[in-house]
Design a protein around this ligand. Structure first.
Ligand code: FE2
Length: 376
């Protein structure tokens, strides 16, 4: 069985781009303990700590550590008060993605277009200023309690945003991870198409069409997935919903433990996945294990990597291909206590898919972990 995947963006219906996106500006997680989360992501994942906001900077409600690696910016935010919105969010969801912030040339324009096209506004366009300049922000709702913030940086030259202090604590950008490739959202059964439509309507994104054996991938993955992408492909958001499969869906498990829809995984790109995963493992990052027999078929499925199979097998890296090339990918175990948010490391060689051909092997691996938690 060799499901083929090809991903081709459909032509944009609108000639002008009403919602130009420069890319993902940052991803903000609400966490139970921002200091310890920062320790984890710097030590284990190789991020550099670049900015801070907390009591020392005059922030009495929330504390944030800003980490950077390549073009990836993670903001880890906790709270100092029991009546903060963060407390409630964390009580419901555990550690999770709160904001997927998008860099835009004009935040007010983006907010106006988005809300006129059906997005629910959360924070109207506003400016924040410090000695380094002015940043314009505006926020709309996405799936569940997740938000999208539009960030217009203009000529701002501070460490992150006004209100944050630059940090130079000796942590280094390890150079392993370069950029965010995609961020996946899990939504409830029957809601995937509604959220695909939201991204089409509000952001002018288009669905990437997959030519894959859906019956096979759904049987094993127990999920339905569609991918929306911005015109230039810089921002890609796969949206999953549960489906009937061989076992209880991992999406159902996520929705149960996240207590609603939310971001399931952040995929980060690397140029050397074998070296990166070797290093991440040595730093303590744990990955899903892949059945050894998976690798028996790899040379036939993806001849390009035949020479590498020994390394891929040793590190548990998955391989998939489509008409345009191949990709290598691996999934971490959940990063928090709940079986919700995790990371993916991906190295693309032409392929623009998301590893659908790996569903069978991947989900066998995920189901083993689910079984250990008594949730299968
Ligand atoms: Fe992914």
């Amino acid at each position: 069985m060799n499901p083929q995947t090809a991903a081709v963006p459909t032509p944009s219906p609108a000639a002008e781009d009403f919602m130009p996106l420069n890319g993902i500006d940052h991803v903000e997680l609400f966490v139970g303990n921002a200091s310890q989360a920062a320790f984890f992501y710097t030590r284990a994942y190789g991020f550099k700590r670049v900015a801070y906001r907390g009591l020392e900077t005059g922030s009495r409600e929330r504390v944030s550590h800003v980490l950077q690696q390549g073009r990836i910016r993670l903001v880890l935010t906790g709270t100092l008060q029991s009546d903060s919105e963060i407390t409630g969010h964390h009580t419901r969801h555990g550690d999770g993605v709160k904001v997927i912030a998008l860099s835009v040339p004009d935040a007010a324009h983006a907010y106006r277009e988005a809300t006129q096209r059906g997005a629910k506004g959360v924070t109207e366009p506003h400016e924040i200023t410090d000695d380094h300049g002015t940043v314009k922000l505006a926020t709309i709702r996405a799936y569940g309690e997740t938000l999208h913030t539009f960030v217009e940086r203009g000529g701002y030259d501070g460490a992150f945003l006004p209100g944050f202090e630059r940090v130079d604590d000796g942590t280094q950008d390890s150079g392993m991870l370069l950029t965010i490739d995609h961020i996946v959202g899990n939504v409830e059964l029957g809601h995937m198409d509604e959220w695909v439509k939201y991204y089409e309507d509000v952001f002018g994104m288009t669905e990437m069409l997959h030519f894959t054996d859906e019956a096979i991938s759904t049987e094993y993955s127990a999920l339905m997935s569609k991918v929306v992408t911005s015109g230039d492909g810089r921002v890609k958001f796969p949206i999953n919903e549960p489906a009937e499969g061989k076992r209880k869906s991992q999406i159902d498990e996520y929705l149960e433990f996240y207590e609603g829809p939310g971001a399931q995984h952040i995929a980060v790109a690397t140029r050397d996945i074998v070296g990166t995963v070797t290093e991440l493992r040595s730093r303590g990052v744990e990955f899903l294990t892949i059945p050894d027999v998976y690798y028996d078929e790899v040379p036939a499925r993806v001849p390009d990597v035949a020479d590498q199979v020994g390394d891929l097998r040793a590190q548990g890296i998955l391989v998939d291909r489509d008409d345009e090339g191949y990709l290598l990918q691996i999934f971490t175990k959940p990063v928090g206590d709940r079986p919700t948010l995790f990371f993916e490391v991906i190295e693309r060689h032409g392929a623009r898919g998301f590893g659908d051909g790996n569903f069978k092997a991947l989900f066998e691996a995920i189901e083993r972990e689910q079984d250990k938690r008594g949730n299968l």
